[in-house]
Write a protein that binds this ligand. Structure first.
Ligand SMILES: NC(=O)c1ccc[n+]([C@@H]2O[C@H](COP(=O)([O-])OP(=O)(O)OC[C@H]3O[C@@H](n4cnc5c(N)ncnc54)[C@H](OP(=O)(O)O)[C@@H]3O)[C@@H](O)[C@H]2O)c1
Length: 284
């Protein structure tokens, strides 16, 4: 039986991987920061003895604005650790699932981004994640890089203190009005759906290694996403206003229009629409 190690198991994606793996009786070991701190603990000493066949790396520092302020930390976790993990996996013939981001792109392309498009990150988070992707691709033969975007899962992003859904719900309760950007586009993606895609690759022993965009089959503006959240939460839609990307003040620059093509992964796994995933988040 295969042994799967989930690194960053208490994060948003790590939590849903455990939920999905439990339903399939997959043999996995969850590792959170207290089990292994990638900044201070020795990879060989702690992870080596586990003799895992598959490692899923959900460790990352994901707060985009915080990465801009502390680039050293971003590169240590998102790039340097990914490089060391890739080397370790290659040496021990371990299959590595690594999680990447749509923020490696600049968002100025007219159309969807495929796995072959040139990355051009606008911020330190994206730059540090891209360096991690390159390390995984170049140092580990048996790798999958799943590029995901705008995650939502019940655990909330531990690096961000919640997710977009909980933030919108809180603001809609606390404030008289809230403004959300209406001309910035993304594919909001449920961590449950990504976990199912990863499970599919493992259970079916897919050996078509490489990069896969792994996002919802539909896209929207952040405003439209917020609108659905407010409606499903039975909160006051009248409080929601449209903001403009061009005049919004971001701490770190962000891509305006990143919609990833899922043609490649669709050969193996059919991603859900964000609308279906959102209903599942609320009602299942
Ligand atoms: N969230 C998004 O919208 C989004 C969008 C695109 C791509 N992604 C990518 O998707 C992946 C999963 O994201 P997520 O939303 O699940 O993130 P998350 O909830 O913030 O989880 C990150 C995990 O990394 C762990 N971690 C951070 N620093 C660590 C360290 N020094 N040593 C060990 N563990 C450490 C965290 O542990 P603690 O809980 O102890 O901090 C947490 O378990 C990441 O690769 C991220 O870059 C996320």
């Amino acid at each position: 039986m295969q042994t799967i190690l989930i690194l960053g198991s208490n994060g948003q994606l790590g939590s849903d991987l455990q939920l999905i793996f439990n339903q399939s009786n997959l043999n996995y070991i969850p590792f959170k920061r207290s089990d292994f701190d990638c900044l201070t603990d020795n990879l060989e000493n702690i992870i080596g003895p586990l003799k895992s066949n598959i490692i899923i790396n959900c460790i990352a520092t994901t707060n985009v604005d915080a990465c801009e302020l502390n680039s050293a930390n971003a590169f240590l976790i998102n790039s340097d650790f990914s490089y060391r993990l890739a080397m370790f996996c290659n040496k021990n013939q371990i299959t590595l699932f690594h999680i990447s981001t749509d923020y490696i792109f600049s968002g100025d392309k007219n159309g969807t981004y495929s796995e072959l498009d040139n990355p051009n990150p606008l911020n330190i988070y994206g730059l540090s994640k891209l360096a991690g992707d390159i390390a995984v691709r170049n140092y580990c033969n048996k790798h999958y890089i799943f590029r995901v975007s705008s995650l939502f899962g019940r655990a909330g992003a531990s690096g961000k203190g919640g997710n977009f859904i909980t933030t919108i719900q809180r603001l809609a309760r606390e404030r008289d009005s809230i403004s959300v950007i209406a001309n910035q586009y993304t594919c909001p993606t449920a961590t449950l759906d990504i976990a199912r895609a990863i499970k599919y690759f493992i259970i079916n022993d897919i050996q078509d290694y490489g990069i896969y965009n792994c996002v919802s089959s539909t896209s929207c503006s952040w405003y439209d996403f917020a609108k659905q959240i407010i409606m499903l939460s039975n909160l006051d839609l009248g409080k929601l206003n449209q903001a403009d990307f061009n005049t919004y003040s971001f701490k770190a620059r962000r891509p305006q229009n990143v919609i990833l093509s899922i043609d490649k992964i669709s050969k193996y796994y059919q991603m859900q629409s964000w609308q279906d995933s959102l209903k599942e988040y609320f009602f299942v």
